[in-house]
Design a protein around this ligand. Structure first.
Ligand SMILES: Nc1ncnc2c1ncn2[C@@H]1O[C@H](COP(=O)(O)OP(=O)(O)OP(=O)(O)O)[C@@H](O)[C@H]1O
Ligand SMILES: [Mg+2]
Length: 275
């Protein structure tokens, strides 16, 4: 089973000079969720079990797919690309050390089976990259629990998804109209994730959280994901000079990002009392 990497507990670097660490809402405070994440929470709570999360990179779509809602049956990841074949989806035979062949279930089959009593969650990433054939297979396997089935080529056993099987597909397309009609039809609930999840921001030093949220939502030319800020944070933690770390990560945009960090910090400083 694929699980997200454990949360790092970094040694927090000192904010740059003239920067006062702002206070950021606790990530587990549901009332502070950006609206796109409230939509995800509410859709899952309403029992929606076929969901597309689309939009800019690094906002937490995959992590959410693997962790949010009911994942008691286990969560499995399938990363689509042009070279992917049905073997990645359903499974394939592998040679073993003793010269025999052993069947290995593909990730969708594993998610269908879940924990043996309830179905699991499949997170299909970069769905726009799947070839036509694989996409058709996926859409059939993501059909409702009553209609989806697959026959094992060797044993002839017919597999079906266990009740509880759920699917979250993710993609970086900016506009759902760019996805195939068949996919949109099977997945009527598609949410554009334009804000990083507060849990992702919480992994950053506090002084980087608001600038990272703003940079993730900026237009494409000036957009930087939380991953860039995580790398910046790590360089700073290691003691690298502020300007150099910013240039390494943000290149020609480093001055703008540093300005955003400073402006945000200044705006959050308590106002001085008039004497
Ligand atoms: N809720 C969260 N709590 C803690 N860490 C998170 C959370 N959401 C995301 N992260 C971390 O933020 C980073 C980006 O998350 P993720 O890979 O899910 O983004 P994504 O939207 O799927 O990106 P892409 O579109 O590029 O695939 C990862 O390092 C992930 O572990
Ligand atoms: Mg992803």
């Amino acid at each position: 089973m694929t699980t997200p990497s454990p949360t790092r507990t970094p040694k927090r670097p000192a904010p740059p000079e003239s920067v006062v660490a702002p206070t950021t809402p606790a990530p587990d405070d549901a009332t502070q969720l950006p609206s796109c994440w409230r939509d995800v929470r509410d859709a899952l709570a309403a029992g929606i079990d076929r969901l597309v999360l689309f939009g800019p990179p690094g906002t937490g779509k995959t992590y959410a797919g693997l962790t949010l809602g009911d994942v008691a049956g286990g969560a499995y990841r399938l990363i689509c690309n042009e070279d992917m074949t049905a073997a990645d989806v359903t499974g394939h035979f592998m040679p073993t050390a003793d010269g025999t062949w052993k069947w290995l279930d593909g990730s969708v089959l594993k998610a269908w089976d879940g924990n043996g009593s309830i179905g699991g969650r499949i997170v299909a990433d970069e769905i726009d990259r799947a070839s036509g054939d694989v996409l058709s297979l996926l859409l059939n396997m993501f059909d409702n629990v009553e209609s989806a089935s697959w026959q094992h080529p060797d044993s002839g056993v017919v597999h079906r998804p266990r009740p509880g099987f759920s699917v979250i597909m993710t993609t970086n397309v900016e506009d759902m109209r760019d996805l195939p009609v068949a996919l949109k039809d099977r997945f009527p609930v598609a949410i554009r994730i334009d804000q990083p999840h507060p849990g992702a921001l919480a992994r950053l030093s506090p002084y980087l959280r608001a600038p990272a949220a703003a940079a993730a939502a900026a237009d494409k030319a000036r957009r930087f994901s939380v991953r860039s800020f995580m790398a910046f944070d790590r360089l700073r933690e290691s003691g690298m000079d502020l300007e150099r770390a910013a240039f390494l990560i943000f290149g020609n945009h480093s001055k703008d990002i540093l300005d955003a960090i400073r402006v945000d910090a200044v705006s959050k400083r308590p106002a001085k009392k008039a004497s």
